[in-house]
Design a protein around this ligand. Structure first.
Ligand code: AMP
Length: 280
């Protein structure tokens, strides 16, 4: 496995792999890799001849008061995990190379970016779409792997590739959870033991949403109210948003008469966590 920092060097390696007729899989990450990321890597390894994992804490997707500076950076152990996972290249460019002086071109996906994460984190999806477009141009993957954990991000990336005729397949991968239900996230490392226990309220409230739906309740507001009440009972939790939306367009819906997603963003202490489930 090779660890590459230079964009030019990465492009050269990709040209070589393409020349050999290899299919290329990309797993874009911000590092601090856990079993969720490694599931994406496993899928890429199964389906592609040449696997690249990018590790880049992308400054343009963080707001000024967000956790860019404290975000965990663990490139050495990330590289070891990638090596064990059969990755061919870990690509970890510098922010200066990705956004050199004079950089001024942005990918601004409208529609699914206006609500929820887009509303709570202005500019976030512009940063995400721009960095993914750049990574797609550098790595030229046949397939790129994204977790459904970041449900809205996945819809934004799918829309960007459709709208801009990008010639790759976006492969969604199910959320990987801890044994007790907490969705794996690099940000879970911020939680102390009381907060870690309190964080279970996210997955529990999604279980409740699924049970309520399965028992025949198809009114979106009624499901949302039950979720909100459960979260309100946890003193360390503060809701950022709870939404029941069309699973494809993310438009809010009143009656669940087509696949719907329940999306949550909740602060546990000062840590903001997201999770979701699909009701179908
Ligand atoms: P991040 O490093 O947080 O930007 O995540 C990189 C990729 O891994 C994104 O496509 C995430 O959706 C995905 N991912 C993160 N956590 C999980 C998880 N628990 N299960 C599945 N995919 C995940």
């Amino acid at each position: 496995m090779r660890l590459i920092h230079s964009i030019d060097e990465m492009c050269g390696i990709i040209s070589g792999a393409r020349h050999e007729g290899k299919t290329i899989g990309l797993v874009p990450t911000m590092g601090a890799l856990h079993a969720g990321h490694l599931t994406l890597v496993g899928r890429a390894r199964q389906e592609c001849d040449f696997v690249v994992v990018s590790v880049f804490v992308n400054p343009t997707q963080f707001g000024p008061s967000e956790d860019f500076h404290k975000y965990p950076r663990t490139l050495e152990s990330d590289s070891r995990k990638c090596e064990s996972g059969g990755v061919d290249v870990v690509f970890s460019p510098s922010a200066g190379d990705m956004y050199p002086e004079g950089f001024d071109t942005w990918v601004d996906v409208k529609g699914p970016t206006d609500v929820l994460e887009g509303q709570s984190r202005p500019g976030h999806f512009r940063g995400v779409a721009t960095v993914c477009a750049k990574l797609f141009n550098i790595v030229e993957p046949d397939r790129a792997y994204f977790g459904t954990k970041d449900y809205q991000q996945l819809q934004v990336i799918k829309k960007m590739t459709r709208d801009l005729n990008m010639r790759l397949e976006i492969v969604p991968v199910e959320i990987v959870r801890e044994r007790d239900g907490l969705a794996m996230s690099s940000r879970n490392a911020y939680l102390d033991s009381r907060e870690r226990e309190a964080a279970l309220v996210l997955s529990r409230s999604l279980d409740l949403a699924r049970q309520t739906f399965a028992s025949g309740e198809h009114n979106a507001k009624a499901i949302k109210t039950r979720v909100l009440n459960l979260i309100a009972a946890e003193p360390l939790a503060r809701v950022d948003y709870v939404a029941v939306v069309d699973a494809e367009t993310l438009d809010s819906i009143e009656t669940i008469d087509r696949p719907a997603a329940v999306l949550l963003a909740v602060r546990i202490g000062s840590t903001r966590l997201i999770d979701n489930t699909v009701l179908d």
